[in-house]
Design a protein. Structure first.
Length: 318
């Protein structure tokens, strides 16, 4: 705990210094209080904080995992508590459900999925477990089923027992409400924080990313175009930052988070997010696996915020 607080304090100090350097270079220093040591939440950029907010027991700046902790992410930045918890509630939970369902449908998951089981017009509800690729079993959930319906199901099942029984044909419908736009935004949000860790304040302050930040705060305020692609065969441990250079019309920053690839603007990009989405997605059928060829520069994955575009050599005297 102590070690992590020390780490957070170091991250805070470095982030505050980089923010000051960035604003000074743009003659925007008056946007911060005059004394040193102010850090902004990179996800909302609305509030600035002093280092005291890191103190336990209720720190206002918290550790942001990239990608989300459930998918094996590590801490990559400090974000404000409301952004961090809202991100989990609004976006990451949806991505997790989508992942669970995908794994379940492909028979790879040991996690159960709540499902409706329908046989001869009778439907009951329970938790489905896949065991290997061929086995499955269902545990009924008593409070989810009316006892009379459960009896009807038992009767229906009995018709399929015995040497002359007909083939059993039933339907399983997963009952999981998933918001795919929110799930996609979870990956976009994680990629945004990764890009912040790599490039810093100047990168995230570019106008093209304003709608993205507004979406993170309130997803109903502004829609986001399609900026993420999924490769179900991809290695879940992959973490990469690419500067895509070729083909020229697809130049962008691409963040690879396991099976997800997120398109972000280049530093000082003049295109809108819609332009960027169109360059990659166009008329592509998103239900099909994406096949693109592109090349560029692979950057090492950061293990802490680097602010590589903020701290210019001429600022070293500070
Ligand atoms: Zn925030």
């Amino acid at each position: 705990m102590v070690r992590r607080l020390e780490t957070r304090k170091t991250w805070f100090t470095e982030g505050a210094r980089a923010l000051r350097v960035y604003l000074r270079a743009r003659n925007g220093e008056d946007r911060l209080p005059s004394d040193e040591g102010w850090y902004a939440c990179p996800l909302c950029l609305t509030t600035v904080f002093r280092i005291e907010v890191l103190e336990e027991p209720d720190p206002m700046l918290t550790e942001e995992h990239v990608p989300p902790a459930w998918s094996g992410g590590t801490v990559l930045a400090l974000t404000c508590k409301p952004c961090n918890s809202e991100g989990g509630r609004l976006f990451d939970g949806e991505a997790h459900k989508q992942h669970t369902l995908r794994k379940f449908m492909s028979g790879e998951s040991s996690e159960p999925v709540r499902a409706a089981f329908t046989l001869d017009g009778v439907t009951t509800y329970g938790d489905w477990h896949m065991t290997g690729t061929t086995g499955m079993c269902m545990f009924g959930v008593p409070q989810a089923n009316n006892p009379a319906t459960a009896d009807l199901m038992t009767e229906a099942m009995d018709r399929y027992v015995g040497p002359d029984a007909p083939d059993l044909r039933f339907t399983i419908t997963p009952r999981m409400r998933i918001n795919p736009d929110r799930a996609r935004a979870s990956w976009i949000r994680a990629a945004y924080v990764a890009a912040f860790a790599q490039f810093g304040w100047r990168y995230i302050a570019q106008p093209a990313l304003d709608p993205m930040r507004r979406h993170f705060t309130d997803p109903t305020s502004v829609p986001l175009p399609v900026l993420s692609m999924t490769d179900p065969q991809g290695d879940t441990a992959r973490r990469e930052i690419w500067i895509i250079q070729e083909p020229a019309e697809r130049r962008c920053v691409m963040i690879v988070l396991g099976q997800h690839r997120v398109l972000l603007p280049l530093p000082d990009d003049t295109r809108s997010l819609e332009d960027l989405s169109r360059a990659w997605v166009g008329d592509h059928d998103l239900t099909q696996r994406a096949r693109f060829s592109a090349s560029g520069i692979l950057l090492p994955w950061p293990d802490k915020p680097l602010y590589s575009l903020d701290v210019l050599p001429t600022d070293n005297h500070r």
